[in-house]
Design a protein around this ligand. Structure first.
Ligand SMILES: *Cc1c(COP(=O)(O)O)cnc(C)c1O
Length: 426
């Protein structure tokens, strides 16, 4: 028995499922979760000394790769001055200014400690601002684990039924309206029925929690138009796409401006950070300025801000990183598609920039229903094979493949060769 296995056997005694977040348990693919001891660049090492080429990147934050020297130095330097003060610091101002500079639709921002908190708070502000209660979300989009948004919430909770989790009272989801991703008509129907009650539309501008699903042309623009027409707040949940698809995220790429945006993952560079921000007139409703209450003991923590500020600073200074990430993404996912075609398989590769996924289905994947046609057992076999070859993919079909700036062409070719030998061997 290896060290990871020993640790996992011990872990299950003390933590539900042996983990602190469900997908880490490998429940969807089988096998033993690897216990990680260190990470550097595009690699992870586990307790048994095995090295893996990492395609998860801590689920998105590690855009520049693991253990980036500039980010590490910023964190170490910040640690030397104490871990938290519960008082204002210069780095919070620097971070807020940088965010507002990089994302033009964001005029004011509030830092929180996770993506969940960011979206939960943004929805509260939208409700406070409009004086309305209802929120439209799209099937298969994940917006964190707050009660009201755990309805058809993708990846970890890809089960049927509303609410999508036990312990969520019906009352908490009664104001959550759902629509299929990419179905502008469904969103329009909600607005036509009760437009005056709808506070917000919340959407992942590129869905990345049911695998990766791209917005069809006109979808985001149409949502923008509906929200403007009915006086609802358009919230882009850019917890994954923010600073991954460009310095101004998906909104910059698609040229659609939301009223509020939520961030997480990359803005913390591996530290627990989230943020929400947007139009000044809406953000001015947040306490202490306004009557929408939202607070956090560790929000804007100086060590976390140091990490995030260092990462965003590098991205702002070197926007050519995004050209490189896009080129690598186009190469990797394009080649992956060729590999499955060569093996005579009809599988779908969806990708945009450094974000993508392979669906084990012959059906074009455009929403939650079509994502659900994927053969998850086939994915599990593939995932276990790749792990055996030292390639660390998400231990679940409905998660994304995340490339980082640390991945080299040689490393990508290595992963493609492992995939090719698997699929060609049938
Ligand atoms: C990860 C994620 C969240 C939740 O963020 P946490 O930091 O895990 O709470 C919210 N929205 C999207 C789109 C995400 O991918």
């Amino acid at each position: 028995m290896g060290r990871s296995e020993e640790l996992f056997q011990e872990a299950v005694n003390y933590m539900p499922g042996g983990v602190n977040s469900p997908v880490r348990s490998f429940g969807a693919v089988g096998g033993i979760p690897r216990f990680i001891t260190k990470a550097d660049g595009a690699y992870l090492w586990d307790e048994d000394g095995c090295r893996y080429l990492d395609f998860i990147g801590s689920w998105g934050p590690m855009l520049l790769g693991h253990n980036h020297p500039k980010i590490r130095e910023a964190v170490v330097e910040a640690c030397g001055r104490g871990l938290s003060y519960g008082a204002s610091t210069k780095i919070e101002v620097d971070m807020a200014r940088l965010l507002c500079e990089m994302v033009p639709s964001v005029e004011m921002v509030r830092m929180v400690n996770s993506g969940t908190e960011a979206v939960m708070s943004a929805v509260r502000v939208a409700r406070g601002y409009t004086g309305r209660d209802k929120v439209i979300k799209f099937d298969g989009c994940y917006h964190g684990h707050s009660d009201g948004l755990l309805v058809k919430a993708g990846s970890g909770v890809m089960t049927q039924g509303e609410p999508g989790s036990a312990g969520v009272p019906k009352g908490c989801t009664q104001d959550t309206l759902t629509a299929p991703y990419n179905s502008l008509d469904s969103a329009k129907a909600h607005f036509m029925r009760e437009g005056s009650k709808i506070a917000a539309v919340v959407v992942e501008p590129v869905a990345a929690n049911m695998g990766v699903v791209l917005p069809q042309p006109g979808f985001l623009q149409g949502l923008r138009q509906l929200c403007t027409q009915y006086g609802a707040v358009l919230i882009f949940d850019e917890v994954i796409t923010g600073f991954r698809l460009g310095t101004a995220g998906a909104q910059g790429l698609f040229g659609v401006e939301p009223d509020l945006t939520t961030f997480g993952k990359i803005i913390g560079a591996g530290m627990p950070v989230g943020a929400y921000g947007g139009k000044r007139c809406i953000m001015e409703r947040v306490a202490p300025l306004g009557s929408v209450y939202q607070a956090g003991t560790l929000s804007g923590n100086p060590v976390a801000m140091a990490a995030g500020f260092a990462q965003l600073g590098i991205l702002k200074q070197r926007p050519e990183i995004y050209d490189m990430l896009k080129a690598n993404g186009d190469y990797f996912f394009g080649r992956l598609e060729k590999v499955v075609r060569k093996a005579g398989l009809p599988y779908q590769v969806n990708h945009i920039g450094s974000l993508g996924c392979l669906f084990f289905t012959g059906t074009k994947v455009v929403d939650y229903e079509s994502a659900g046609t994927s053969d998850t057992d086939a994915y599990a076999r593939y995932c276990r094979h790749m792990l055996g070859q030292g390639i660390y993919l998400a231990p679940a079909q409905f998660e994304a493949v995340f490339l980082s700036a640390a991945h080299t062409k040689e490393q990508l070719d290595g992963a493609l060769a492992a995939a090719e030998s698997y699929f060609l061997a049938g």
